[in-house]
Design a protein around this ligand. Structure first.
Ligand SMILES: Cc1cc2nc3c(=O)[nH]c(=O)nc-3n(C[C@H](O)[C@H](O)[C@H](O)COP(=O)(O)O)c2cc1C
Length: 184
């Protein structure tokens, strides 16, 4: 049984890594990250996700290019360094989840994808790997590059590799700003 502090330690260690070593990621480690994502909970157990592992370096570099915005906006230029990218596709939910989304006006499917992404990144941290979730990318370009059908959406790209940077101290809101008891 894990100690109750183990998960907190892991949550603290996971960070968005924006520098990577050249070293390839072992297949079994990648598979465990995918397994952790596969085990994630989802509304009505819809599991509305698919993971495209991009391990072909040419395709991965083209994908990395699609996460940047040229030279004007300095964003995501590090993505090329990561040896692997995993693209999270939002699939259609099952009927019950869709019904729930309509009746309750809640984006369960989006939440589901986010939780799966989080499982993936936390397992990666447990494996000593670094990740960064990338939400800023050229979606039509990514669709075209990876042959994603029109009715499916790539929501996130996760870079994966051995981190080359240092661990940073977390910058988070204070607990008393985000938690209240018994009333808003
Ligand atoms: C949905 C989502 C989208 C993100 N998109 C990007 C991105 O495009 N580029 C980037 O460098 N970081 C991106 N991030 C990482 C956040 O900036 C980062 O999680 C946040 O600043 C907290 O830092 P930490 O992950 O190191 O704890 C994204 C994170 C999430 C959850």
């Amino acid at each position: 049984m894990a100690e109750s502090t183990d998960f907190l330690k892991l949550a603290n260690e996971r960070q968005s890594d924006r520098k990577y070593h050249d070293k390839p990621v072992e297949e079994e480690k990648l598979n465990r990250c995918l397994e952790a994502a596969r085990l994630a909970p989802s509304a009505c157990n819809a599991q509305p996700w698919k993971f495209i592992v991009v391990n072909d370096s040419e395709i991965k570099n083209s994908l990395a290019e699609l996460t940047t915005s040229g030279r004007l906006i300095p964003i995501n230029h590090f993505t090329r360094q990561a040896p692997l990218h995993v693209v999270l596709i939002m699939e259609k939910p099952n009927l019950t989840s869709k019904f729930g989304e309509l009746v309750k006006s809640k984006k369960y499917t989006l939440m589901d994808v986010g939780i799966a992404a989080s499982h993936f990144c936390l397992q990666a941290a447990a494996e000593g790997l670094g990740t960064c979730m990338i939400g800023w990318f050229d979606e039509p370009g990514v669709r075209k590059l990876l042959n994603i059908p029109d009715n499916k959406r790539p929501m996130l790209i996760i870079t994966l590799g051995y981190p080359a940077g240092n661990k940073r101290k977390k910058r988070r809101k204070e607990m008393n700003r985000i938690v209240s008891y018994n009333s808003y």
